[in-house]
Design a protein around this ligand. Structure first.
Ligand code: ITT
Length: 198
């Protein structure tokens, strides 16, 4: 069954996505499904190192989690990087979302004409034996002037991907899966898994 936390002994080939964000899990699952790759949710806390590099954060957390749970795991660290704010909130996106939220970020962008931003996802696959592999995805776009749409999560209501006029939250799942940083990173993982026949 999808979407449930499981702590039972696992098939060695199962990929466990360690995240407490169920939206991230659902997006990853939808992206991998057409490739015939199944993942399961491991709803567990991760070790987060202090770094401004999402790739380093994801890799360290994945290696720690693989050892701790004795399973092959996936960890994804993502963030929204706003040009006019010198890349803020970037690696602090989760904290910023939980504190000042979408409206707080819009306030920081008040009167700002430069609206460019990008989302980045860094994905790490790690085995309990210590090997790891990384994948990343980026989507460029702009920060809207006001929040719009009610689908998705996080900063979806204020992010408009390049070439579109609607926010991720207005576009819905198909739209998000077509353009998102997460979908890009997970598709790279799928192609790598197929190529290496793991
Ligand atoms: P886990 O660490 O448990 O996986 P998290 O939500 O804390 O979940 P991140 O550390 O990767 O995940 O946080 C990134 C934050 O950036 C996330 O909480 C959102 O606020 C924002 N974010 C990342 N990807 C997003 C997306 O696709 N759409 C909207 N906001 C996103």
């Amino acid at each position: 069954m999808h979407g449930e936390a499981d702590t039972s002994p696992s098939d060695k080939r199962t990929l466990w996505f360690v995240t407490q964000n169920h939206h991230k899990y659902q997006e990853a699952r939808r992206t991998l499904d057409p490739f015939g790759i199944k993942i399961r949710l491991l709803d567990s806390m991760k070790t987060e190192i202090q770094s401004t590099n999402l790739g380093e954060i994801a890799k360290f957390a994945a290696q720690e989690a693989a050892k701790k749970h004795n399973r092959t795991v996936l960890v994804e660290d993502s963030g929204l990087f706003v040009k006019a704010l010198d890349g803020f909130p970037g690696p602090f996106s989760s904290y910023v979302h939980d504190t000042i939220g979408v409206e707080g970020l819009l306030r920081l962008m008040n009167r700002q004409t430069q609206r460019e931003a990008y989302f980045q996802a860094s994905l790490a696959l790690a085995s309990p034996r210590g090997s790891s592999q990384e994948f990343s995805g980026k989507v460029h776009g702009t920060i809207s002037h006001k929040s719009a749409g009610n689908q998705g999560f996080g900063f979806d209501p204020i992010f408009i991907p390049r070439g579109s006029r609607k926010t991720f939250a207005q576009g819905g799942t198909e739209f998000k899966d077509k353009y998102s940083h997460r979908a890009i990173a997970f598709r790279k993982l799928a192609l790598w898994l197929i190529r290496t026949k793991i």
